[in-house]
Design a protein around this ligand. Structure first.
Ligand code: PAF
Length: 282
């Protein structure tokens, strides 16, 4: 595996692969790898000739009171894990490399970027789509690999790819979970043992919602209130939002129909956790 730190070197390395007709898969990350990241890497390795993973904690997607400074970082461990997974290139640019001058041009994530997580993290999705579009312009991959855990990020990026004609195929991989159901996230490392024991309540409540829907419930308010009750009963979590939305447009649904996303964000202690399920109703 090559570790590359500059855009120029990465472009040079990939131009050679491209000229040989190699298919390039790309996994954008902020590092502190867990099994979810590794599953994205493995999916890319399986489908492509060359897999590029970027590791960049992107400052413009963090709000002023968010966890940019304390976001977990361990380059040695990450580089060992990426190498063991079979990644070809780990791209680790500095902030100066990605943002050499103050940025004057951003990509707007549109209406979908202001909903759900965007409502309490203003500017977050603008930061995400801006860095992802920069990375796509640098890597020019054939396929981009994202995790379903960040369902809103997936949909916002899919719309950006469509609206701005990026010639890339977006592949979405299932959420990787701990044995007790907690969705894997680099931020889980912030949880104290007591908080960690409470955190699976979010997924348990989502699974209960799935069962309610399978049993015929369609009223989104009833489903939301049951999720709220299940999370609040077993934890000290403060709920940021619980929403049933249409998967394609993120519009709030009163009655579950078609492809719906049920998404939750909750704070356990000071850690903000998100999770979701997709339900398909005929
Ligand atoms: O999901 C993440 O880790 C980040 O939002 C991403 C896509 C790498 C952009 O910084």
């Amino acid at each position: 595996m090559r570790m590359i730190r500059t855009i120029k070197q990465l472009r040079r390395a990939l131009a050679t692969s491209r000229s040989k007709g190699k298919k390039i898969g790309f996994v954008p990350t902020m590092g502190y790898f867990h099994a979810g990241h590794i599953s994205l890497m493995k999916a890319s390795i399986k489908d492509n000739d060359v897999t590029v993973v970027s590791l960049f904690v992107n400052p413009i997607q963090f709000g002023p009171d968010e966890d940019l400074a304390k976001y977990p970082r361990d380059l040695k461990r990450d580089s060992r894990a990426a190498q063991a997974a079979g990644v070809d290139i780990l791209f680790v640019p500095s902030v100066d490399q990605m943002y050499p001058q103050p940025l004057l041009t951003y990509v707007d994530a549109g209406r979908m970027g202001d909903l759900l997580c965007g409502a309490t993290r203003p500017g977050h999705f603008r930061g995400v789509v801006t860095i992802v579009s920069k990375l796509l312009n640098i890597v020019h991959p054939n396929a981009l690999y994202l995790g379903q855990k960040d369902a809103q990020q997936v949909e916002v990026i899919k719309k950006m790819v469509r609206d701005l004609n990026f010639p890339v195929c977006v592949k979405v991989c299932p959420t990787t979970r701990e044995r007790d159901g907690l969705a894997m996230s680099s931020r889980n490392s912030y949880l104290s043992p007591t908080e960690r024991a409470q955190a699976p309540a979010i997924y348990k409540a989502l699974c209960h919602a799935r069962k309610m829907i399978a049993d015929g419930e369609r009223d989104a308010a009833k489903i939301n209130s049951q999720i709220k009750k299940l999370i609040s009963d077993g934890t000290n979590a403060s709920i940021v939002y619980i929403s049933c939305v249409g998967l394609d447009d993120f519009c709030i649904t009163r009655r579950i129909k078609g492809d719906a996303l049920i998404a939750v964000a909750a704070r356990i202690g000071s850690t903000r956790l998100i999770d979701n399920i997709v339900v398909k109703v005929k």
